[in-house]
Design a protein around this ligand. Structure first.
Ligand code: ACO
Length: 459
């Protein structure tokens, strides 16, 4: 196995060390490239760039593989719980039953949020998107709860992680209840993580919420499937913001903001909107497929395609299966599931999609599951955020613990003007601008004389 790669620039060759991955792509270490050659690399969207070394999750986009800490997602989906998976991601190993108990107790102990935080919620305008509210409220948590001090004890660190994991779920349910004008339901010590969330969302003094194991299991699965996904957009945001050594809450808030985008976590909401639009227009998928294929139309088939998976997203497969099971157990039909399956079938036999290797991603079926859990549409991405939190925390922790961690600071290839002079405002006509574009100019500023005789240049 070669341990270096040779780069030849302007006839001069440089040896660049190769870093071997335990699985997946090895890397050419270019950290000394600019110093040694004067060149930087150009990689828009960082699609070929490893920004860190990580031992948390592994994905293979060609074969549709995802593993958390080495364990295939299929096994975790079948046998684990969200809390156990969160523990695995954060601590690197599956917990013993004692460790899991302690972790659950910690989550329960920290599930309430400070009562004063309710006032913040009440001041958001009605109709504010819950993702914006969530990002703000997580940042606000920092004002109520201390950040992890440098060199703090393991217990202190775990407490902060548990606080975030538990409170994000409480905040999400609160945001829904307050936005609906409903009284807040507090977390219960006697309910599991997922059952507690459903209860906080839907319990009412008028009609007590009956906890249904199928719904709890479906939610568990939904959150396990979203728990981590290596260096995706929101996780990279958490790492980048975290690299400035901000507190954990601020870094997670950045992750939530990134996740909100329709090309990322916002896609689960966009998929249902698209399926509903197809349904409302009579169920004909053809115009939507045609628009998705039209390069002059910005419309995309939501829930299709992935920047890494060039195969079926393994999470999408599990989600689709769970949608079927959930609907069957509850003896229900969902017309949007039928449309989704039809769309998938048509797309997967269309050369536009197969040639571009566009397959259903996790979001294609997840919205159908969420709506059958009773989750309102604008809360879908919030559900994703709760699920992704263990991943964000583990990635933040890993980057903090990395010896020699650096402030993230990408370079750029500058393609703007050469040096040019400042043009005073009275000379900035379109005509003069055109003539002076890029050319250094020397102009005298007009001088005004004031009543007391002093003079000043116009700036
Ligand atoms: N519908 C129609 N065409 C598409 C789609 C789509 N869903 N996705 C990609 N394409 C097209 C692209 O326009 C591109 O065409 P071009 O070569 O003519 O420009 C071609 O397929 C190849 O696209 P990629 O380069 O593979 O896609 P990219 O990596 O840039 O984008 C992304 C990935 C953003 C996920 C894209 O597939 C997309 O917008 N999908 C819809 C939104 C979505 O479902 N997002 C959720 C992703 S999963 C997640 O974040 C949790």
């Amino acid at each position: 196995m070669k341990t270096t790669a040779t780069l030849i620039v302007n006839g001069k060759s440089y040896e660049l060390p190769i870093i071997e991955a335990t699985d997946g792509n090895d890397a050419i270490n270019i950290s000394g490239l600019r110093r040694e050659t004067g060149f930087i690399t150009y990689d828009p969207g960082f699609r070929n760039t490893g920004g860190c070394m990580s031992a948390i999750s592994y994905m293979d986009g060609e074969d549709g593989i995802l593993r958390y800490r080495g364990i295939p997602i299929e096994q975790l989906a079948e046998r684990s719980s969200f809390i156990e998976t969160a523990y695995l991601l954060i601590n690197g190993e599956l917990p013993t039953s004692d460790e899991l108990n302690r972790f659950s107790v910690l989550l329960n102990d920290h599930s309430l949020v400070h009562e004063d935080m309710r006032h913040f919620f009440e001041r958001f305008p009605r109709g504010a998107h819950p993702m914006g509210m969530l990002a703000s409220m997580v940042n606000t948590l920092r004002a109520f709860y201390p950040e992890i001090p440098e060199r703090s004890e393991e217990d202190e660190i775990n407490k902060t992680f548990a606080r975030l994991l538990s409170k994000l779920r409480t905040l999400a349910a609160m945001s829904y209840r307050i936005s609906m004008g409903l009284p807040v339901v507090y977390p219960s010590y006697f309910l599991s993580y997922c059952a507690n969330f459903l209860n906080m969302m839907f319990d009412s003094t008028v009609r007590p919420y009956v906890i249904d194991d199928d719904m709890v299991n479906a939610l568990n699965l939904f959150w396990i499937l979203h728990a981590d996904h290596e260096q995706n957009c929101s996780t990279s945001a958490v790492r980048l913001v975290g690299s400035a050594r901000v507190n954990l809450y601020a870094a997670i808030s950045a992750g939530i903001s990134a996740l909100w985008g329709p090309l990322h976590g916002g896609a689960n909401q966009a998929v249902i909107e698209m399926l509903q639009a197809i349904h409302d227009s009579g169920g004909d998928t053809a115009p939507f497929i045609a628009r998705a294929k039209d390069r002059n139309d910005p419309f995309r088939l939501m829930g299709f395609g992935h920047s890494i998976y060039k195969n079926y997203d393994p999470r999408g497969r599990i989600m689709k299966d769970m949608c079927h099971k959930l609907l069957a157990r509850r003896n229900r039909n969902d017309p949007l599931l039928d449309i989704a399956k039809k769309l998938e079938e048509i797309a997967l036999s269309d050369s536009y999609f197969t040639d571009n290797r566009l397959y259903p991603n996790v979001d294609f079926y997840s919205g159908i599951m969420l709506r059958n859990l009773g989750i309102p549409l604008d809360m879908f991405t919030v559900m994703f955020a709760i699920g992704r939190l263990p991943g964000w925390i583990s990635q933040w922790k890993e980057s903090r613990e990395y010896i020699g961690a650096k402030l993230h600071r990408p370079r750029q290839v500058y393609r703007g003007y050469g040096e040019r002079d400042y043009i005073p405002i009275h000379l900035r006509t379109a005509n003069v601008r055109e003539i002076l574009k890029g050319k250094p100019i020397t102009v005298k500023s007009p001088v005004f004389q004031s009543e007391d005789g002093s003079t000043a240049a116009v700036t």
